[in-house]
Every structure is written in structure tokens, then in C-alpha cells.
Design a protein around this ligand. Structure first.
Ligand SMILES: [Zn+2]
Ligand SMILES: [Zn+2]
Length: 146
């Protein structure tokens, strides 16, 4: 799935893609905020957290940085039940999530035999180049009690 694009050409012919001091600082700020959050958060939520910290950064920039970080695998991106993209800095390695649909509380889960089952069912149906998403949504104990 990950195609590695040679960047040599770009750096030799153009400086446009080179991150300037401002770009680097904004990316660092977003990375820092992601590191403090335990829940999946939308770009809007990450943006308002940054604004609370007096970080002058536009929502579009936050969204772009989050998308880039998700594309490079630095953070996880899921689709919430209401169709929004939400992001979280997770542990390394393949895993799935159990997510509170009210407060966003997230538990990383590894369903037993699930990966094996996906390969098996794909093989049985003659599918290759497999990819999958599996997130469980519910109410956490705290939200259920509230
Ligand atoms: Zn909750
Ligand atoms: Zn999996």
C-alpha cells in the first residue's frame, strides 16, 4: 500500500516543499498536542486545543498536518459514526480500537484470531491485496453512568 516516492528530484529543483521555520513550528505544536491526548480527536478539536494554548494556527493547516501524519503512519485515523475523521497517536504495530462515542475514550484492542480470519475469508473468495478497518464504538463506563 505504501508507495515510496523518490524525493531527490523535488529537493534539487524546487524549494517550495522545504518546511520553513513556521511550518516546522506548527507541525511540532500539532505533534505535541497529539502526544498529550488519549482520545481520538477531530481536526476541529485539535485546532481548538492549540488555540487555547495561544498557538496561532489555522484549521486548514491543522487538518493538512494531521492528514500528512496519518498518511505517513505517525498517527491513526478513523471515521467516527457521524462520518468525521478523528486522529490519535497510538502505539506502534497493528491494532484496532474500542472507542466511546460520547467522550472519545479509546482502548487499543487486538481481536483474537481476527487477522488470520481476514486472510482466510479473502483466500476463500479469491481476494488478494487485503486491507481492513475494524473499530468498535460504544459508551464507556463513565459516560454510561452519567
Ligand atoms: Zn466516554
Ligand atoms: Zn487488523
Amino acid at each position: 500500500m505504501d508507495t515510496v516516492t523518490p524525493r531527490t528530484e523535488i529537493t534539487m529543483t524546487s524549494t517550495e516543499d522545504r518546511p520553513g521555520p513556521r511550518k516546522t513550528r506548527q507541525r511540532t505544536a500539532v505533534t505535541a498536542v497529539m502526544g498529550t491526548m488519549d482520545e481520538f480527536r477531530t481536526a476541529q478539536e485539535v485546532h481548538s486545543t492549540l488555540r487555547e494554548q495561544d498557538e496561532s494556527i489555522g484549521l486548514a493547516t491543522v487538518y493538512r498536518i494531521l492528514t500528512q501524519m496519518a498518511d505517513s503512519g505517525e498517527i491513526d485515523c478513523i471515521r467516527t459514526p457521524d462520518g468525521q475523521a478523528a486522529y490519535r497517536l497510538c502505539s506502534n504495530g497493528h491494532h484496532h480500537h474500542l472507542i466511546c462515542r460520547r467522550c472519545g475514550r479509546t482502548v487499543e484492542i487486538t481481536p483474537p484470531n481476527f487477522e488470520q480470519w481476514t486472510r482466510q475469508v479473502a483466500a476463500e473468495n479469491g481476494f488478494i491485496d487485503l486491507d481492513h478497518e475494524l473499530e468498535l464504538f460504544g459508551l464507556c463506563a463513565e459516560c454510561a453512568a452519567a
